[in-house]
Design a protein around this ligand. Structure first.
Ligand code: UDP
Length: 237
């Protein structure tokens, strides 16, 4: 099979790492499963960059704890680095070469984010993990994913979630919800569909960067996506 998307940016939410089970931060079985899926596309020759969220550890914006918004956001960014370190370790244990690049300097554990360096790593088939989101409060890791995907000129932004695409309504609540195989940015906005947060979505739309929302847990799904099979929902111009 040929590769349709050679350079990908995979955005995973923090909660993907504990499977929504709040009693734990990271479920190692899930990490191993992700590593197996990522290895399939690395072995195929795909250049893989990953942006990971931090919601399993700390989500600044929704914290109602007396912590200032900006302080909480920085805490959330640090959480993404912890997740990035976890993924890095498991990917390396599965035989992949990796680099963790952080938007906030922490040189003992991660390289600083330097765009050209990130691209060079990708060209050498190292999996690049971007930590600390955009490095700025008031953003999300969806925005970090959209930003980095554009910066590295990724062919597509893949949003790996636990639903198999974008639906007309929440499929868990509405039995009549229909899944879209393909939808344009404009249609998604007009229909009020939430693919990513608005900042992230606009960044992709303005730069013609397609987004594919798919179920990361499905075995072989990531591979199918990069080979161009119809998996999940494709959002494009
Ligand atoms: N965050 C931020 N700037 C960024 C990325 C993340 O301030 O560029 C903070 C923000 O508080 C966010 C938290 O980090 O709530 C964790 O990221 P996110 O909520 O996007 O994680 P996910 O929902 O994907 O697990």
């Amino acid at each position: 099979m040929s590769i349709k998307y050679k350079r990908i940016l995979l955005k995973l939410s923090g909660e993907a790492l504990n499977g929504g089970d709040k009693s734990q931060i990271i479920n190692s079985d899930i990490l191993v499963q992700f590593a197996n899926e990522i290895k399939k596309v690395v072995d195929l020759g795909c250049q893989v960059a990953i942006v990971i969220g931090g919601g399993n550890i700390f989500r600044g914006a929704s914290a109602n704890s007396g912590i200032d918004r900006t302080q909480g956001d920085y805490m959330g960014m640090l959480a993404t680095v912890i997740n990035g370190m976890a993924i890095q370790s498991v990917l390396e244990n599965h035989g992949m070469q990796t680099r963790l690049l952080s938007a906030i300097k922490m040189e003992q554990i991660a390289e600083p984010f330097i765009r050209r360096r990130a691209i060079r790593h990708l060209e050498k088939n190292r999996v690049v993990i971007f930590g600390a989101g955009t490095g700025n409060p008031f953003f999300s890791t969806d925005s970090g994913g959209a930003l980095r995907a554009n910066e590295i000129e990724a062919d597509v932004l893949l949003k790996g979630t636990n639903v198999d695409g974008v639906y007309s309504a929440d499929p868990r609540k509405d039995p009549n919800a229909v899944k879209y195989d393909e939808i344009t940015f404009t249609e998604a906005i007009l229909k009020g569909l939430k693919v990513m947060d608005r900042t992230a979505f606009t960044l992709c739309q303005e730069n013609d960067l397609p987004i594919i929302v798919f179920d990361m847990k499905g075995e072989g799904n990531l591979l199918k996506v990069v080979e161009g099979e119809k998996v999940g929902t494709l959002v494009k111009e």
